[in-house]
Design a protein around this ligand. Structure first.
Ligand code: ADP
Ligand code: MG
Length: 233
């Protein structure tokens, strides 16, 4: 589903250059649930933004569902982004003056789907995340965990091939974090390919494979069972 080869990314600020990604190689197969772990500043969001086509690498290859992602014009990039990718953010990024239902149906509007079908689909995905009864509430009337569920329903609504989540539990308490991760596990059980960025070990251990990023390179990439086993030797 995702193949990246020798990916590099630097930020330039005046005469300073910050080399953030220093040759990243990895593959994600369809149906995987992978976490990208690393301390703050290790380049996790930079990597996820490149995978999400929100940013471009300086060097290297990125192939998404067989399509080389390079030098695409903004229109084609936007088309692939909408078709292939769903995003979940730490801060939920919901529209405050719109109901849960309208937040979820928004991406469908941009796909040209008619109102009736939009609302039916949005309600279907709100049901999936356990919030059918909250469809007419505004984000301000929802708890943090509920807001993130709405954001997950919104990400699912366009049936993307890959879900990308950047610290999806970063703004939630421990219990709510685990509930959101259980929801993400369930969505993966239905076959969705999911990448979760986190700096928390317990959250990473709720995925199936942990990719460890440090100083711009991958220092470890292991199935979760192996990571758990290592903790006890
Ligand atoms: P993480 O998500 O792992 O905390 P980031 O990918 O956000 O790390 O950032 C990696 C490094 O790149 C940090 O030192 C950060 O300050 C820097 N950085 C991120 N985005 C930019 C930007 N747009 N311009 C300049 N520096 C940036
Ligand atoms: Mg980050």
């Amino acid at each position: 589903m995702i193949q990246i080869k020798d990916l590099h990314k630097s930020y330039h600020m005046g005469s300073n250059t910050l080399h953030v990604l220093k040759g990243i190689n990895f593959e994600v197969k369809e149906g995987e649930l992978v976490s990208i772990m690393g301390s703050s500043g290790s380049g996790k969001s930079t990597l996820l933004n490149i995978l999400g086509m929100l940013d471009e690498a300086d060097e290297g290859e990125y192939i998404l569902d067989g399509v080389p992602i390079k030098n695409l014009n903004e229109k084609i990039a936007a088309k692939y982004r909408n078709e292939f990718l769903g995003f979940i953010f730490q801060s939920f990024n919901l529209i405050n003056y719109k109901s849960a239902l309208d937040n979820v149906s928004m991406p469908l509007y941009y796909k040209g789907i008619k109102r009736k079908e939009r609302n039916e689909k949005a309600l279907h995905y709100l049901e999936k995340v356990g919030l059918a009864d909250w469809s007419h509430h505004l984000p301000s009337e929802l708890s943090g965990g509920q807001k993130q569920r709405v954001a997950i329903a919104r990400a699912l609504a366009s049936d993307p091939k890959v879900l990308l989540a950047d610290e999806p539990t970063g703004a939630l308490d421990t219990k709510t974090s685990y509930e959101v991760m259980e929801l993400i596990q369930g969505i993966n059980d239905d076959g969705k390919t999911i990448l979760v960025v986190t700096h928390e070990h317990d959250i990473a251990q709720m995925t199936k494979r942990i990719v460890n990023l440090k100083d711009g390179i991958i220092i470890d990439d292991s199935p979760v069972e192996q990571v758990r086993a290592k903790q006890y030797v």
